[in-house]
Design a protein around this ligand. Structure first.
Ligand SMILES: [Fe+2]
Length: 199
């Protein structure tokens, strides 16, 4: 039985940071895994590393399932990016078809579109705390890197298509030059999105 909690260290986050050599907290965020029934809790540290706000590593799902995030505490962004596919229907990890940043506050609900890469950014002055209902099989799964998630496609691109940095006290986007094609980042409000989705 795996322990149902884990921490994401600076050492691991260096794989996806805009500036891997920048100083930062030893632990960037904390995870408690309860799966679909008990839910999973993520708590993000405050601050920035090399100008980039503290964020989660980011992943794609390896199979299609519905995942819903609820914001419990704090202020942040949910980043969503959808990849292009090649002629055989295989995802192209360096080509992004759409990129959205959803501003979130407590009470907001964000549904992750099928196969959209997703990560959380803490842009506030307090812990950012979320719950989600992604799969966790406590008997055999990893609390740190659960089996339903593909982290490698993010690792090889050194993060998502944009890094979120603090500029004049507000979030700003810096394009990740490792990607071959990236659309303009679209910033949306969670309430608009959830109304549109009729949640
Ligand atoms: Fe997920």
């Amino acid at each position: 039985m795996e322990k149902p909690f884990a921490e994401r260290t600076q050492e691991k986050m260096k794989e996806v940071l805009m500036d891997p050599s920048a100083a930062g907290p030893a632990i960037h965020y904390y995870m408690i895994r309860g799966g679909k029934e008990k839910l999973n809790i993520t708590t993000l540290e405050t601050g920035a590393v090399g100008g980039e706000y503290i964020k989660t590593y980011g992943h794609y799902h390896v199979f299609d399932f519905k995942e819903t995030y609820q914001i419990i505490h704090g202020h942040g962004l949910v980043l969503l990016q959808i990849r292009n596919k090649d002629a055989d229907g295989k995802f192209l990890d360096d080509e992004i078809a759409s990129f959205r940043a959803i501003e979130v506050v407590p009470g907001d609900v964000v549904e992750i579109p099928p196969f959209a890469g997703h990560l959380l950014v803490n842009t506030g002055a307090t812990w950012l705390v979320t719950s989600d209902d992604s799969v966790f099989e406590s008997a055999s799964d990893s609390s740190s890197m659960p089996k339903h998630a593909d982290y490698e496609a993010v690792k090889k691109m050194q993060g998502f298509a944009y890094y979120v940095v603090e500029k004049d006290g507000k979030p700003a986007f810096v394009k990740n030059e490792k990607y071959a094609s990236v659309p303009v980042a679209e910033i949306v409000n969670a309430k608009v999105k959830t109304q549109n989705a009729k949640l």
